[in-house]
Design a protein around this ligand. Structure first.
Ligand SMILES: Nc1ncnc2c1ncn2[C@@H]1O[C@H](COP(=O)(O)OP(=O)(O)O)[C@@H](O)[C@H]1O
Ligand SMILES: [Mg+2]
Length: 341
């Protein structure tokens, strides 16, 4: 049997460039060499696809020089491979853009299609779709920059019904960038102005009643997806902000989560249902808020390309579910090839 020629795309233009490089290094180390011939390609922060010859160096250095060539011509570097693993997080990687390029190039890839990738990346679209299926979520309201700059006070009034505090988030970002918690109208104005620096569409969410417990579950599969055991993240900061996410030792992972069995079962069922509603494929990590005192259990978000280092939540959840890191990566490649039909 000939080896599967796998192209791993990593780096990318989002805040999660470094995380992506670490994920890629883990994948390169883990894949069985007798079955896979793996080529990593680093996409620089400026969007240039480095030729494979420059990639090992860029992976070690952690970053890469500038560029800015036409991306379409660069997609041709994906030709000659059996399958692509776009190990890219956030905008210009997880949001359907790279997926569209690969689709046009006719190369199977790991993970969700263009539609599911872009809907899951957009907090407003994702929540609106899931709301029509009555998936429990916090109350929310979308605001555009145009609306806010035209009638700021009217918008502040319109958001009143959510109650304070509220969470204000750019629609299309990740890593908690641009997110603030606002405790009064004054802070809400500032939070909106801040979020609009990152996106022309912003979502304002009611807060859970008290600090929520943060539960996460890993989904794997195409048409018949399976859920991993449920995990929990704990930390001391007020919410899971950028600093807490990316400072080593600030957050702790607990697998399995120490919650009642019926809560884990509900999380898994809700995650599987949402995965199918949004037509995800391959993988997704789905995050929930749980408040034991009020009994609130809400879906917060779906990540179609979750962090994938050996110590990241997604692979750790599957390890607890009986799949080693290497088995997981091999399975994802198989699922990508399956989707061709
Ligand atoms: N409605 C909410 N109620 C309570 N906490 C929230 C709410 N929304 C966000 N948070 C806190 O902010 C963090 C980041 O929000 P999230 O929507 O997950 O953004 P990102 O996509 O950047 O990860 C969450 O993990 C949680 O700690
Ligand atoms: Mg999050």
């Amino acid at each position: 049997m000939s080896k599967i020629r796998l192209l791993v795309l990593c780096g990318g233009q989002s805040e999660e460039h470094e995380v992506s490089l670490s994920s890629a290094k883990s994948v390169l180390e883990a894949l069985p060499k007798d079955r896979f011939e793996v080529t990593p390609v680093v996409i620089t922060r400026e969007g240039k696809w480095l030729p494979p010859s420059e990639t090992p160096h860029a992976l070690e250095r952690g970053s890469a020089p500038s560029g800015g060539e036409l991306v379409l011509s660069q997609a041709s570097s994906a030709a000659g491979f059996d399958v692509v693993f776009p190990l890219l997080h956030g905008p210009m990687g997880e949001d359907g853009t790279v997926q569209g390029l690969l689709r046009l190039a006719g190369i199977p890839f790991v993970g969700s299609s263009v539609l599911a990738s872009s809907v899951c990346m957009d907090k407003i679209m994702m929540k609106s779709v899931l709301a029509t299926y009555n998936i429990p979520q916090v109350a929310y309201q979308a605001v555009t920059h145009h609306e806010f700059s035209s009638h700021p006070e009217k918008i502040i009034d319109r958001l009143e019904h959510l109650g304070y505090p509220v969470f204000v988030k750019p629609a299309n970002l990740g890593s908690s960038v641009g997110i603030s918690k606002a405790k009064n109208p004054e802070e809400l104005r500032a939070a909106l102005r801040f979020a609009f620096q990152f996106d022309r569409r912003v979502i304002v969410e009611a807060s859970t009643k008290g600090k929520p417990r943060e539960l996460e579950v890993a989904i794997l599969g195409n048409d018949n997806p399976k859920a991993s055991p449920v995990g929990e993240l704990t930390f001391d900061s007020e919410f899971y902000d950028y600093e807490t996410k990316y400072t080593a030792g600030r957050a702790e992972m607990h697998i399995p989560a120490n919650v009642p069995a019926e809560i884990s079962a509900q999380v898994q069922a809700m995650a599987l249902e949402s995965y199918k509603i949004l037509d995800c494929a391959g993988l997704a990590r789905i995050d929930f808020f749980y408040v034991p005192e009020s009994g609130e259990l809400y879906l917060n978000e779906l990540n179609t390309i979750p962090g994938f280092t050996k110590t990241s939540m997604y692979p750790k959840l599957w390890e607890a579910g009986g799949l080693s890191y290497a088995e997981l990566v091999s399975r994802l490649v198989e699922l990508a090839l399956e989707q061709r039909n």
